[in-house]
Design a protein around this ligand. Structure first.
Ligand SMILES: [Zn+2]
Length: 411
């Protein structure tokens, strides 16, 4: 069987699988046993509202996926990418990096325009319907333009660096790309809170008071040095709640959503932070970076091999490996491999989350606040309380609220 046919077959299988997962996700797990377990902590209305929020815009999301697949199929299996590159070559008088940039611009714009109505529907219309969003239409347009411009700038820089490496280091690129992505990952984790967060949020150091004292005591107890604790104004966008750590070494910062502070007791905020500290104590971020660097390395070898094989067959319209018109092919191969490996990365992530939850309990010895936090978080974010088992295994990065509560009960 030719590689082109295998790729086409896998592509169709990926579409079928995506639709099947959407169906499972819609259905959830309706077993009576689970229902009774959930009702120990939640009400029928909680289950109902989580299900409704999870099912929001189901048919529109199916349509959106199908459109994405159609677009990918057209770019890979028809000569359109090759023709576009030839056209751009003529227009730019064969200036290679200009061709790369303009090809990427076309690709990025098409993708943006196709996804715009969906993003408006899910990110604005439905978020208002479920009373999460606090944005006016203008706020949403501004937010969207900011993320569009950032994607454009970083995407262009990324694509130029990668094509430069692919073109000039035909043997070494497989080692260089993972090294570069590692470097960028590390730099980004330091620069993100300094450069990117301020574009989207206003944030200020947490006020002096009992909450700050409790957080510092917790960090002290966990022997973690924190440079500062910030409160960011998520409430200008939505009612969703969150907290996270950024930076390395002495440079660590804690970010708390103002929505978290508003809706939770101080003990509950401390419990959430205990979880974040758990990630630090167990070096989850470092392990994540190591795993993803290794993953990029394997992927480079895989796509290098597959591209040569596909080009050798001559059945797909492929130019050089570093040609911009090869990008859709490379993206498709990556996305297919990704759909096989996703359950692995989701499972690793869930294992880490359980570890962080245990650490939160170790640090705070406050089972009651841990459980009340989980209940509130699930209610406030309208979490699906009865997701389908397959969906959890395949794509959930966190255990379900009920699993986390039951873990704490047994602790
Ligand atoms: Zn976590």
């Amino acid at each position: 069987m030719k590689l082109k046919h295998i790729l086409f077959f896998l592509f169709l299988a990926q579409i079928g699988f995506t639709l099947l997962m959407k169906y499972f996700s819609y259905e959830g797990d309706n077993s009576a046993e689970l229902h009774t377990r959930i009702l120990k902590y939640f009400t029928e209305e909680d289950i109902q509202s989580g299900t409704e929020y999870d099912r929001r815009g189901f048919f529109v999301s199916v349509l959106s996926s199908l459109l994405d697949f159609a677009l990918a199929g057209i770019f890979v299996f028809t000569p359109i990418s090759e023709r576009l590159e030839n056209y751009l070559q003529k227009k730019t008088k064969e200036r290679f990096y200009l061709v790369v940039t303009s090809f990427f611009l076309v690709f990025y714009l098409v993708e943006f325009l196709v996804s715009l109505p969906f993003s408006y529907y899910f990110g604005f219309v439905l978020e208002h319907e479920f009373q999460f969003s606090n944005m006016t239409l203008m706020d949403w347009v501004v937010l969207k333009s900011k993320s569009f411009s950032l994607g454009l700038v970083f995407g262009t820089i990324g694509i130029l660096i990668i094509t430069f490496v692919l073109k000039n280091f035909p043997r070494l690129w497989k080692w260089m790309v993972p090294a570069i992505s590692l470097g960028f990952g590390l730099i980004a984790s330091v620069l993100f809170p300094i450069l990117i967060t301020p574009i989207f949020y206003d944030y200020h150091p947490i006020e002096e008071g009992s909450l700050k004292t409790k957080i510092l005591a917790l960090c002290d107890h966990a022997q973690i040095k924190v440079e500062n604790i910030y409160v960011i104004d998520e409430s200008r966008y939505s009612g969703h709640t969150n907290a996270y750590f950024t930076g390395w070494g002495e440079n660590k910062k804690i970010f708390l959503y103002d929505t978290l502070i508003k809706n939770h007791t101080e003990e509950e905020v401390v419990s959430v932070l205990g979880h974040e500290i758990g990630h630090w104590v167990h070096n989850h971020q470092l392990i994540d970076i190591a795993i993803s660097t290794f993953e990029v390395l394997l992927l480079c070898f895989a796509i290098g091999f597959l591209f040569q094989k596909a080009k050798g067959e001559g059945l797909l319209p492929l130019k050089e490996f570093y040609s911009p018109s090869s990008l859709p092919f490379l993206f498709m191969v990556l996305s297919i491999i990704g759909s096989f490996t996703q359950p692995i990365s989701s499972t690793i992530s869930r294992v880490f989350e359980v570890e962080a939850d245990r650490e939160a309990l170790n640090l705070t010895h406050d089972k009651k606040s841990f459980i009340s936090t989980e209940i509130k978080l699930a209610k406030d974010n309208k979490s699906r309380l009865n997701p389908h088992k397959f969906e959890v295994i395949y794509e959930h990065s966190h255990p379900t609220a009920l699993e986390r509560i039951e873990m704490a009960e047994k602790y």
